[in-house]
Design a binder for this molecule. Structure first.
Ligand code: CP
Length: 322
C-alpha cells in the first residue's frame, strides 16, 4: 500500500500550539484524527505506529481527560508509556523544569507530553530535549490538542467549520482552551464571538477584532456552537466575579439562554465542568450536548498528533543524516 504525503500538511516535530499553524496543517491533523475514530470504536484498537517507542507524560498540573487520553493513545499505538508523577518526583525536592527535562531526555524517549502551569514552559522544554514535545496545556497560553478535538467534534456534526458562528462563553481570561480555539477557528474561517463579563475578556482578543459582548442574549443569537468555559477560580487573584450565584444567573448556560442560539445549536465544554456555575446539569446532559463526544475525539486526535510528531522527527533525522 502506498501512502500519499500531503506536502502542505503538518510536518513539524513538535506541537507547541495552534499559533503559527497554517490552515492546511490544521486540516491535515483533523483528517488524520478522523481516520482514527473508527479504529478506536472497534474491538481490536491496537496499532503499531509507535511500537518500540517511548512516550513520557509529564504533568505538572492535575488532569483527567488529557493525561488519560494521551496514555490510551500511546498504548493503542504500541508505545511504552510512562506517566511521570510530579507529586512524587524530584521536582518536590526543588529540581527545575529544565533539569527534569534534561534528566528524562537522557533516557532517550521519543516523545514527551507536557502540562505546566507556566505559559511558555513547554516551548522552553522543547529546546532542551532531543525528542518530540507536545503541549498538553501551558498556563493560560495554549492547549492545542483540546482545540483540535473540539474542531473535529464540530466538523463531524456540522460537516464544516467555515462560516459557523461559535460563541465562546465565560472565563476567557484564564483559558488556554479559549486561546487555542480562537486561533484554530479563525484560521478555519469560523465566526468567533466572545461572551462574558468585561473582567474576564482580555484586551488582546478585543484587539484581534473579534466580536465581544457581555450579553448572553446577544452573544448566543444565531450561534451554531455554544462553547462554555469553566470559571477558573483557582487562577483568580482578586474578585473578578461578584459571586457564583450571580455568575450563573447572568452567564450560566441553562435552557432559557440556550434558546437564544439556533435551534440546532450544539453545546460544548472542555471539562472539567462546574455544574450549576457555568452550566446547568440539564443542558450539560441534554440532547444538544457534545461534551462526552469531545472526550472520545480526544483519543483520536492524540493518536494523530503522537504519530505525526514522531514521524516528522524521524523523517527530519533521516533527511539531515550525512
Ligand atoms: N480539558 C482538559 O484539559 O481536561 P483535563 O484538565 O481533565 O485534562
Amino acid at each position: 500500500m502506498t501512502t500519499t504525503v500531503n506536502p502542505y500538511g503538518f510536518r513539524r516535530p513538535h506541537l507547541l500550539g495552534i499559533e503559527g499553524l497554517s490552515k492546511p496543517e490544521i486540516v491535515d491533523l483533523l483528517d488524520r484524527a478522523e481516520a482514527n475514530v473508527a479504529v478506536s470504536r472497534q474491538a481490536n484498537k491496537k496499532r503499531d505506529g509507535l511500537r518500540g517507542r517511548t512516550q513520557i507524560n509529564l504533568f505538572f498540573e492535575a488532569s483527567t481527560r488529557t493525561q488519560s487520553s494521551f496514555e490510551l493513545a500511546g498504548k493503542r499505538l504500541g508505545a511504552d508509556v510512562m506517566n511521570m508523577s510530579v507529586a512524587s518526583s524530584s521536582v518536590k525536592k526543588g529540581e527545575t523544569l529544565i533539569d527534569t527535562a534534561v534528566t528524562l531526555n537522557a533516557m532517550n524517549p521519543d516523545v514527551i507530553v507536557v502540562r505546566h502551569h507556566a505559559s511558555g514552559a513547554v516551548a522552553l522544554l522543547a529546546q532542551k530535549v532531543d525528542c518530540s514535545v507536545i503541549n498538553a496545556g501551558d498556563g493560560a497560553h495554549e492547549h492545542p490538542t483540546q482545540a483540535l478535538l473540539d474542531a473535529l467534534t464540530i466538523r463531524r456534526h456540522k460537516g464544516r467549520i467555515e462560516r459557523l458562528t461559535v460563541a465562546i462563553c465565560g472565563d476567557i481570561l484564564h483559558s488556554r482552551v479559549a486561546r487555542s480555539n480562537i486561533l484554530l477557528l479563525t484560521a478555519l474561517d469560523a465566526r468567533v464571538r466572545l461572551v462574558g463579563p468585561t473582567t474576564l475578556i482580555p484586551q488582546a482578543f478585543r484587539d484581534m477584532g473579534l466580536e465581544v459582548t457581555t450579553s448572553m442574549k446577544d452573544g448566543l443569537k444565531d450561534a451554531d456552537i455554544v462553547m462554555m468555559l469553566r470559571l477558573q477560580r483557582e487562577r483568580m487573584n482578586g474578585s473578578l466575579v461578584p459571586s457564583v450565584r450571580e455568575y450563573f444567573r447572568y452567564y450560566g448556560l441553562d435552557a432559557e439562554k440556550l434558546a437564544y442560539a439556533r435551534p440546532d445549536a450544539l453545546v460544548m465544554h472542555p471539562g472539567p465542568m462546574n455544574r450549576g456555575v457555568e452550566i446547568d446539569p440539564a443542558v450539560a446532559d441534554g440532547p444538544q450536548s457534545l461534551i462526552r463526544e469531545q472526550v472520545e475525539m480526544g483519543v483520536a486526535v492524540r493518536i494523530a498528533v503522537l504519530e505525526a510528531v514522531t514521524g516528522n522527527r524521524n523523517a527530519s533525522a533521516v533527511e539531515s543524516a550525512p
